[in-house]
Design a protein around this ligand. Structure first.
Ligand code: NYM
Length: 181
């Protein structure tokens, strides 16, 4: 329906390695769209405020140990528990800028060696973004940034694998943004 599609909000996802600059770009985009008069919200995954999000957060802080498959499914469950609200927001005309989504789920878990098809399965049925922006920073450059290394996964060798996984993900809504190195 043309009327609905023109009045709904856009789902914009930002992706990339840890410390690639998603948070900064997300707030710049938010400010821009807000100033243009759009109804817009900034979201991020994991959403650490839910029960599932708290389990994820303690895993990332190395306070809890979980099987790789189990944490993968928790990340996905964290998206599913927000999916109805997400759809409602978009339908009511609010544009969502989302810092990480299913692509992070698949890229990070498959970088650990989990089967990519298995990783993708629990994501099937979640809303497809209108646009995915991948901030392409080199893993080496990211390590130089403030706050790096505080959480699980924030290690150069692992981030190199994640970068490869990201670039192997096929998606037509994927836009590669090459930042100066
Ligand atoms: N992460 C994030 C995953 O491994 N799977 C996912 O599905 C999502 C959404 O969590 N290193 C990883 C990527 C990050 C970490 O993200 C937390 P952030 O943007 O630092 O809060």
């Amino acid at each position: 329906n043309k009327e609905n599609s023109s009045s709904r909000g856009a789902l914009i996802v930002l992706e990339g390695l840890d410390c690639c600059g998603k948070t900064s770009q997300s707030s710049r985009l938010y400010k821009y769209l807000d100033e243009q008069g759009h109804s817009v919200e900034s979201w991020r995954f994991p959403d650490r405020d839910t029960g599932v999000g708290q389990m994820i957060s303690s895993y990332l802080a190395n306070k809890a140990q979980l099987d790789d498959h189990a944490i993968h499914l928790l990340f996905s469950a964290n998206r599913w528990e927000k999916s109805v609200l997400m759809e409602d927001k978009l339908r009511s005309g609010t544009t969502l800028i989302v810092d990480r989504c299913s692509y992070s789920g698949v890229a990070f878990s498959s970088a650990k060696g989990l089967d990519i098809e298995w990783c993708n399965a629990p994501e099937i049925g979640l809303l497809a973004p209108d646009l995915v922006v991948y901030l392409d920073i080199s893993p080496e450059k990211a390590t130089e940034r403030g706050g790096y290394g505080g959480e699980r996964y924030e290690q150069l060798e692992f981030q190199k694998k994640v970068a490869k996984s990201y670039l192997a993900l096929p998606d037509s809504s994927w836009k590669l943004l090459y930042l100066p190195r």
